[in-house]
Design a protein around this ligand. Sequence first.
Ligand code: PBG
Length: 326
Amino acid sequence: MFPQTRLRRLRYHPVVRDLVRETELSPSDFILPLFVRPGTNIKKEIASMPGNYQLSVDRLIDEVGAAMKLGVRAFLFFGIPSGKDAQGSTAWQEDGIVQKALRALRPAFKDSLLITDECFCEYTDHGHCGILCEQGGRMDVDNDATLPNLARQCVSHAQAGADIVAPSGMMDGMVSAIRAGLDAAGCTHIPIMSYAAKYASGFYGPFRDAAESPPSFGDRSCYQMDPANSNEALREVALDIEEGADIIMVKPALSYLDIIRRVKDRFAMPTAAYNVSGEFAMVKAAAQKGWIDERRVTMEILTSIKRAGADMILTYHALDAAKWLR
Ligand code: PBG
């Protein structure tokens, strides 16, 4: 009999394994989401997201500084405002919470990339991602009435120091409305990272505690995508690219690796994947129980997201992973 050994030859020597590895992670792949709230000296751990905090601006500066030292230089900001109303008007106030954070961080960290999440669910008293209306006897989010507010929010963030705006509300036409608003305000250099294929997912559970943004009634199925759909994601992404999106996102990541791959293959665009709160919480919870090896599982997950086609990963594991990559 001839020996059958063939593919295993390249797995025998650890240095060969390193040479033939197809996917390599680096701290520069990561974007760390951060939650900023009013007050001073506040660092309140989010119960379902160990190692993640609601931070006042002063403590946020420390957190960003620590991340930069680990090589994580890109951040996504969510605001927990002091006041909410039906429109979410605290989202575009010049002295809003995210605007304050940006004005403090911008001069302190010149080499950092400050990305702002653009949505209203943290700012509206009803917790939906835009202005409400009634449609055929049902409550809905008024798509077109929400667009000018989104543009105002983005311009306000850009003027406060944001480098990239990332609309997450899944309104149709949001990218073109924001592009027009930014351009009119002289912010032609600010890219748009669009949450293009964002699913109505149960995996956002812990985030809604973190951002204090759960909908007070109903869910987000009339604006976010049905988890059962894949072709529709391609239509979402195509439309956002046509409207001027510079980076497109698939969210969540793990249950949607097939979507990441299809989107990357079809459009060959800079592609982001959001490894969301519930995905993070599951790993942390199982690790705390000793049921999985946290480091190994985390790195496997992040590698798989990149292997699926993501160029960048928004992840709450960013600091842990950056430490492990040193
Ligand atoms: C705001 C927004 C959400 C997330 C990011 N931006 C929540 C939602 O759509 O309900 C979720 C992020 C996460 O779960 O980590 N629209």
